[in-house]
Structure formats: C-alpha cells, structure tokens
Write a protein that binds this ligand. Structure first.
Ligand code: SAH
Length: 262
C-alpha cells in the first residue's frame, strides 16, 4: 500500500529543486533557497551543508544525508538520482540541497540532466559558492582593476583533472592577471605547487581558507613557494579553498609586517 498522496490531473509537474545552501553561514542563504527549504517535504543533503541551514526545514520533512558523514562512503550518485526521481514522481516536494552553489563542482548539472530526461522539472536556486566566501573571509576582492581582470574557478581534484587540466596553462593565466580559485586542492597541494611554479614566481601570494563563513573558519596567507609547508604547519584540511594571485598582495604584506612585528 502506498500511503503517499496521489497526484491528480491538475497537479503541477513533478519538480525537484536544486538548492545552493551557501558556504555554511545560514545568513548567506538566498531568499529563494530559504523558501524552497521551508516548503520541502523531502531533502537530500550533502555533507557540506551546515546544520544551521537545516534548521529551516519543516519538522515533518524527511532529511536524507547523502554525503560522507560518519566516515561512510558517500552515497552512490545513481542512488541519489533514483531517490530524487522516485520521490518527485510520488508527489513529494523534493529539495536537493548542496553546499555553495549547486552547479559549481556540485554535480548539479548531471542531476538536472538526469531528472529532465525522466520528465521531472528542475528549478535551481543559486547559492554563494565557497570561493566567494573565502575571498570575503580574507577581505580581498577576486578582481581588482590593478591586479586581476578575471577569475578562474578550478578543481584540484585529480579525478577531474587527470587528462584535462594543464596547470602550466593556468599558471600562465594567473601570471597574466587572472585570480585562481582552487576547490578540492588541499590534498593535492604538493602537485599543484610544483606545477604552478613552472609558470609563476615562488613569491606569488597564496591564501588557504578552511571552512569559510563557518564558526571554525581558519585561513593562512603565504606564497606559492610556501604553500605545502603552510598547509602542513597550520594543519589546514578539507573543506578549503586555495586562492592564488596578486589580489592577495596587500594581505601578504600585512601578514609579513605582522610577522616582523611579532
Ligand atoms: N558546490 C560547492 C563546491 C563543492 S566541491 C560550492 O559552490 O562551494 C567541494 C569543495 O568546495 C571543497 O573541497 C572545498 O574546496 C570547497 N568548499 C566548500 N565549502 C567550503 C567552505 N565553507 N570553505 C572552504 N571551502 C569550501
């Protein structure tokens, strides 16, 4: 017996909302995200979504954690997709809640394609991506008329980069005045450092921001030559964003002079 309400002819099309939960601080939710979270009857939630955000879900809502919480393997992508599909077709108001923006390294694109191919409508509520929150945490702009005329958001994760990414090209782009914002890069820092040094001076300013916008937020400002050492010394870990470029220049000077003063 299926106890769920049946959809009738006038019912709206089955819909899944792909919602960006932002980088952690609930104040950074958009009004649209908040509205959809409040209306959801089923939420499929990634690891990076803060508990502060989940407070806005209805008490009666079913919350399914599909990340790596508790040291378990993350839920297989096909399971997540099938679950979203099943619940949407059963008439539930399904929210797929992801950290940051759902379509920035969040598999939002893949999930939307899958759902649309199965006749489910997809609505997206953008979120503030971690790279922006990291820059805000440092108090630096990602672009600056004098230092950077653009930004590259890039993943440092090897699975995504194996064949595709040429870090030397990215180093050249950074040398031409593009800020690099590297997601999932901390574990790969030795390789990133080595390859970026092929095209950038060792003195290039670099910052690492862990848990941007969250209560445990930490950051370190260093140089490209000092990146690996700094990460180890400060035990910086995932989730962290690495920012590379001259937009950090003022900050690096402040840090250096603070160190000298100390
Ligand atoms: N969709 C997300 C990114 C998912 S990929 C977004 O738009 O932000 C996961 C990576 O995002 C992490 O490995 C880390 O690099 C970064 N990240 C997510 N939340 C973060 C946070 N609060 N602070 C720093 N980095 C974060």
């Amino acid at each position: 017996m299926n106890a769920r309400p049946e959809r009738h002819a006038a019912a709206p099309l089955p819909t899944v909302w792909l919602v960006g939960a932002g980088p952690g601080d609930p104040e950074l939710l958009t009004l649209k995200a908040l509205r959809t979270i409040r209306a959801a009857t089923v939420l499929l939630v990634d690891d990076l979504v803060g508990d502060g955000v989940l407070r806005y879900a209805r008490k009666s809502a079913r919350i399914v954690h599909v990340g790596k919480r508790g040291g378990c393997q993350s839920t297989p992508q096909t399971f997540i997709e099938q679950l979203m599909l099943r619940e949407a077709l059963a008439g539930e108001r399904v929210v797929r809640l992801k950290g940051g923006d759902p379509c920035v390294f969040g598999r939002g694109g893949e999930e939307a394609e899958f759902l649309r191919a199965h006749g489910v409508q997809v609505e997206v509520a953008s979120g503030i991506t971690a790279g922006l929150a990291a820059a805000t945490a440092l108090g630096v702009p990602l672009t600056h008329r004098e230092h950077a005329h653009g930004v590259i958001f890039v993943t440092g994760h090897p699975r995504d980069t194996d064949a595709m990414l040429h870090w030397r090209t990215l180093a050249d782009a950074a040398a031409q005045g593009l800020t690099l914002v590297i997601y999932m890069g901390v574990a790969e820092a030795p390789r990133l450092q080595r390859e970026l040094l092929l095209g950038l001076p060792g003195a290039t300013p670099v910052a690492v921001v862990e848990r941007a916008s969250q209560p445990g937020q930490r950051s370190a400002v260093t140089t490209l030559a000092g990146l690996v050492e700094t990460i180890a010394a400060a035990s910086l870990a995932s989730p962290s964003v690495i920012i590379v470029g001259d937009v950090l220049q003022g900050l690096a000077q402040v840090t250096r002079s603070t160190q000298q003063a100390a």
